[in-house]
Design a protein around this ligand. Structure first.
Ligand SMILES: NC(=O)OP(=O)(O)O
Length: 338
């Protein structure tokens, strides 16, 4: 529970993959996912103990693809069952992942803080060009030939996913508004750890009468996390990913981890192609969106390193204002040696 009068707010984004690591194949058992959630809960509880109000957002890239695939396969043997469009699949994933994360957090949070998983709708623009240009990888990674066979059979768009295999690609429009923003703020003020914006939010478009209609898309959870952090006036956005720190020259003999950089440097490296699409690119772009909207600081690190990163021992911090050159050089040089 935040200290009385505290208004420090942190938005912490967790990738859908983070719960699935237990299974080497990326298909962890449910028990392994609950175990992973218990591991994630420790650093979140640590944040809460510092008095922070914490919103946990999460990805669903693998899970939403599994749910969609299940629905498509069931259609072949039980065609009477309702088909699930992507908005339904995202809603399903928010329920199941929210359940798993809340379970892990419940055990770790200092009383009387309690987690609340909130179904969250993300309003997108019906005219977003992303609807005709699918880029968001979901579900299982396949060898190229298998992905192309499935694409031909089911009418999927498929593409290579950052060197990790081929996956189904779906539209990923930019998030414009979080429908439950005020409810999230109220839950935070009441002392809850709020799990929200899961899977980037249930993708909806708004009709002129204000009603919401689900659409066939999966919104990028880092983009939604940045928008939510901005909307809540959060003091910090933390984006967790598969590495402890981001790096220049990733995968080359000249790879250099980054400890501290400012928004202008990050923008320059992004434009130079240092942060690939489908991998670090969307995370750095989300960080820059948040900083451009007035946020002060973004921390990028892995879930396992989160505790150390919060203590300043690892992680990459991107700050809005120019980092003092000497301090940044010293910290990046030290990072390169580790
Ligand atoms: N929705 C989303 O961006 O999920 P991942 O981060 O798991 O891909």
């Amino acid at each position: 529970m935040p200290a009385e009068g505290s208004s420090r707010t942190t938005v912490l984004a967790i990738g859908g993959n983070a719960l699935l690591r237990g299974g080497g194949s990326g298909h962890a058992t449910i028990a392994e996912q609950f175990e992973a959630a218990r591991h994630l809960a420790g650093p979140v509880a640590g944040l809460v103990r510092t008095g922070a109000r914490v919103v946990v957002t999460h990805g669903n890239g693998p899970q939403v693809g599994f749910i969609k695939r299940r629905s498509d396969l069931v259609a072949e043997i039980a065609p009477e069952l309702p088909h699930l469009d992507l908005d339904m699949c995202v809603a399903d994933s928010q329920g199941s992942i929210g359940y798993i994360l809340a379970s892990g957090l419940s055990a770790a949070l200092p009383p009387p803080a309690r987690p609340v998983a909130l179904l969250t709708h993300t309003v997108v623009d019906a005219a977003d060009p992303a609807f005709t240009h699918p880029t968001k990888p979901i579900g299982t990674h396949y060898p190229r030939a298998e992905a192309e066979r499935l694409a031909a059979r089911h009418g999927w768009t498929v593409g290579e996913d950052a060197g990790r295999g081929w996956r189904r690609l779906v539209p990923s429009p930019a998030p414009r508004r979080i429908e439950e923003q005020a409810a999230i703020a109220a839950l935070l003020a009441a002392g809850h750890v709020v799990i929200a914006g899961g899977g980037g939010g249930i993708p909806v478009v708004a009709a002129p009468d204000g009603s919401l209609r689900g659409v066939e898309a999966v919104v990028d959870k880092d983009a939604t996390s940045a928008l939510l952090a901005t909307a809540l006036g959060a003091d910090e956005l933390i984006i967790t990913t598969s590495v402890d720190r981001i790096a220049l020259g990733w995968g080359t003999p000249h790879q250099r981890p980054l400890d501290l950089l400012d928004a202008a440097e990050a923008r320059r490296h992004l434009a130079a192609g240092q942060f690939p699409e489908g991998s670090m690119g969307p995370k750095v772009r989300a960080a820059l969106d948040y900083l451009a909207a007035g946020g002060d600081s973004v921390l990028i690190t892995s879930p396992a390193a989160l505790g150390d990163a919060l203590a300043g021992r690892t992680g990459t911090r991107i700050v809005r204002t120019p980092a003092p050159a000497k301090a940044a050089d010293q910290r990046n040089a030290a990072a390169a040696e580790t």
